[in-house]
Structures are given as structure tokens and as C-alpha cells.
Design a protein around this ligand. Sequence first.
Ligand code: EPZ
Length: 422
Amino acid sequence: MHMERIRIVGNPNLQLKGKVKISGAKNAVLPAITASLLTKEKVRLKNIPLVKDVFTILTVMKELGANYSKRKNTLSIQAKKINSAEASYELISAMRASILVLGPLLARYGKAIVALPGGCAIGSRPIDLHIHGLEKLGATISLEHGYIKAEAKKLHGAEIEFEKKSVGGTENLIMAASLAQGETVLKNCSLEPEVLDLCELLVKMGAKIDGIGQETIRIKGVKELGGATHDIIPDRIEAGTFLVAGALTRGNIVLTNSRPHHLDTIIEKLRYSGAKIEQLNNNSLRVIGSEDIKSQDVTTSPYPGFPTDMQAQFTILMTQASGTSIITETIFDRRFTHINELLRLGANIEVSGDKATVRGKTPLSGAEIIASDLRASASLILAGLIASGETIVNKVEHLDRGYEKLEGKLKSLGAHIERIKE
Ligand code: EPZ
């Protein structure tokens, strides 16, 4: 795999202008793909993003026995029969979301051997909430040699309360409960739009789910589920990234194929910082950046709070705001890896514990930097756009995991950006 890098010729006076189509949500399509393990029939998913994580999860699905075909942004996938219960380490370590095969495999096949996901760039990411919940549904789970070995003759309903909100935990347990015997009540569920989108798909497949979009969800297990066709929701984090890009460059950008109502908190923060954001219709909105960017504090929290996946992007914006902003990251214990790279670009940021204190307005100057986590790499690119001089972003494979053609979209808005293969 050759090292791919992105080269940006920054311009502090850049103004991004034009229209950009938002891709389908990575964090909605991944559970939708693993949900296809729950039925023998075909599941068709439209508006899928063509990003690396999708190809990784499809490799895992193939390993388990599913077949699929892809035409542009439409995927047809069918797990007629499961011929292996094992998701291998190298695939899981490539992407933690592979853990989302655990619930469906147990429900459909009664057995699952899934590598424990390694730590990753954004802190240790345990799966205790997934394990405890599945044990309550009747699974026997042991951890051996870095693998989770789970078995269940037949899952049965239970009452489970998440001690903290977990997107993947909620998704795994809803999928497992949809084929369990009896009723399951899940409390303190995550409310992210991607969780709701998964529930919509499962209901189309015949699942009996009450309370979609609430913190308490009731699932009545059914004997079997059928196929379905489903449109994946647009990626609210990609949309948020482009809204920040517009605010950062005094730009004027129209976002199409997006869902403004998934962006409320992001829009509220950006409006407060001075950007003008208007909803054009249910699927598009316009952002107009302001001359002066107002500093403000932000604390990440589970949906509908300010998303942790937007923390890095917002930090960049605050480096250009006049004044001091305190960014508090409450979801992951080490999600400030991008800050060291920002310091190399001349930002004035101090980290202590879960808080980053950003002092602006600081002009940035281009440098060679290294991407770490997926969302952070997008924010480093935003920084490069407005830095004076050249910025080279290394390890852009992180970016490719979750953004479809990001540099192409930015180039079409006027950025001087290209990918260099060597
Ligand atoms: C999902 O990760 C997203 N990934 C993440 O997006 C997102 O940042 C995260 O939710 C929070 O919104 C996908 O949907 C594929 P969690 P997930 O379980 O499900 C702790 C991206 O770049 N926790 O909600 O793994 C955990 O350590 C990614 O698109 C436990 O303690 O997140 C974290 O501190 C990055 N025990 C917090 O809960 C568990 O069993 C939230 O994690 C599970 C999680």
C-alpha cells in the first residue's frame, strides 16, 4: 500500500464557494450491512458512501459467508447461509466497527468468534457494554487469546440498561434482540440518527421495535426477518465538516443531499460564531462565513449534543476566532491527537485533561503533518486550506476510511489541493 499524501497550497484569504453533495453516512451504512446477517434474503442499500470502512466490512461479511454486488452507490448483500462465525483480527483491528457483527451473528447463527478490537487513535475503546448486554440476552461469552468467543442456543428477551450511552452497544443489542425469544427492553439507548436509521431498516425487514428515537426501546423478537431496500441517511459529520469549511473561509457553500435536522447543535454553534446558515429545503442548506469569527466554548456529548466527531473541526475554527475558547471532550479519553499537529501549523492551544484551551486569532503557516484519527485528518486539511504556504498531510488512509473524495469536493469549491501518490 503506497503512502498517499495530500498536498495543499494554503491561502489565508481563500473563500470556498459552490455546491457540494454530501455522501451517505459511514456510521449508518456499517450497521446496516451487518444487519443483513439477520436474514437469508437480500438487503439493498442505496446512497452508500464508497469509503474504505465499507470495503473492510464487506470483506468481513464475505468471510462470514455473505455475497454482495455493488453498482455505483447501491449495494445488494445477502447472507443466504453463514459458513463461518469468525471475524479475523486483521480485519477487526482495521476497523473497530466490525464488532457490529457480534449481535447479528449470535442471533442468526448462535455462535460468534470476533477479535477484540484493539485500542485506536482515540483512546481505549472497551466493549463491556456490548458483552454484558448480550450475556443478559442469554449468550455465553469468554475472552480467549484476544478473541471474543460467544455462543447462544437461542437468545431470549431481557431488560437491559446501558450504564453509559454507547452507539455501537445500542446497535448490537437491537440487532440481537430482533431475533430473540420474547421482549427486550433497552434503557439509556443512544439517540444518534444512525441508530434510528438502523431501526428503520430493521422494521422494514420485519422487526418489531417500539420507541425508535427514545431512550427506552422495546423489541419483540420474531422468528425470522426478511429482505428490504433502504436509503442510507446522509453523513451529518461530513455535512458539519463542510459547514465549518464555509465558516472558516468566509465562504458561501450550498450542501445538497443532507439532513438539516440532524445538524441542529452544529448549526447553533456555527451561527453563534457568526456564520449565516439557512435551510434551503429538507435536503439542503447554505453556509455563509463571516469576516469576524466569535470564540465560544464547546463540550461534546451524546446526540443531540455537540458530536465528538465534530470536535477537531470546530477546534480549527476556534483558532481563527478572536478570543479564548475551551473545548471539552467528554466521550473519548484521548481525542486531542490532532492538536500536536495544529501546534506545528502555529496554532495556540493548550491541552489539560479533557480540555483544550484555544487562543485566537492565530495565523497558521503550512507544514508537513500526520493524520491520526479519521475526523481529525479532515480538520487538519481544513487548517491547511487557510495556512500560508504548503501543507502536506501524511497517512491519509485515515481520511479515506470515512470521507468519499474529500479533496475532489474541496477542489471543486476552489481549494488548491491534490493527492500525491508515491
Ligand atoms: C460510534 O463509535 C461511531 N462509530 C464513532 O465515530 C463515534 O465517535 C462514537 O459512536 C460516538 O458518537 C460508528 O458508529 C462506526 P460508543 P462507538 O460505543 O459505537 C465507551 C468515526 O470516526 N464505551 O458510543 O465505538 C467508549 O470507549 C467514529 O466515525 C464503553 O465504555 O462509540 C467511548 O468512550 C469515531 N464500553 C464511549 O463509550 C462499551 O462497551 C462512547 O462509545 C462501548 C463504549
